[in-house]
Ligand binder design. Structure first.
Ligand code: FES
Length: 173
């Protein structure tokens, strides 16, 4: 079944044939469903409806079971995450150092809630549990780049780095 390609510039863009390759790689291994889902999520950034149908057929696993796994674990996303994925650490150290304020500021500036993507598909906001740099709390990660000891006042400046062609909308905020 055909996969929809990611948007241009999306770091999670994945070739159409890649899903089949991943399925072939894990089909006869231990825990093929989880391994396949993890690899698709890692490469594409989310698990599409088309992917679940293809997995169900290839691994002979009921669709309901696949969605049970997907919805149990909030690591898996069911829709495109946006070109720029902002992960705010809400682990204990970051929580104590104010990650809640960072989240609130990001939600206000971007006009979305946690788990949502801006309407232009540019930014996706999510939380993660401890990224392993607790002494630098509060921390956030944007497309793999770690920002440490972040102050809410720095949020607009940080977002401007990632705004690209839509930069004007951040400048107006
Ligand atoms: S709690 Fe945030 S990096 Fe560990």
């Amino acid at each position: 079944m055909a996969e929809t390609k990611g948007r241009p510039g999306n770091p999670f863009a994945m070739e159409n044939s890649a899903i089949s390759e991943i399925l072939g790689k894990w089909k006869n291994k231990q825990s093929p469903l989880l391994m396949t889902l993890h690899e698709i999520q890692k490469n594409r950034g989310y698990i599409s409806r088309e992917s679940t149908l293809e997995i169900s057929e290839a691994l002979d696993i009921p669709l309901a079971r696949i969605y049970e796994v997907l919805t149990f674990n909030n690591y898996f996303k069911l829709s495109p995450p946006g070109d720029v994925v902002i992960s705010v650490c809400t682990g204990t150290a970051c929580h104590l150092k104010g990650s809640g304020q960072l989240l609130k500021k990001l939600e206000k500036v971007l006009g979305i809630h946690i788990g949502e993507t801006t309407s232009d598909g540019r930014f996706h906001l999510q939380y993660v549990r401890c990224i392993g740099c607790c002494s630098l709390a509060p921390a956030l990660v944007i497309n793999g780049k770690v920002y440490s000891k972040v102050d809410p006042l720095q949020i607009k400046q940080i977002l401007a780095e990632w705004q690209g062609e839509a930069r004007e909308s951040v400048d107006e905020l």
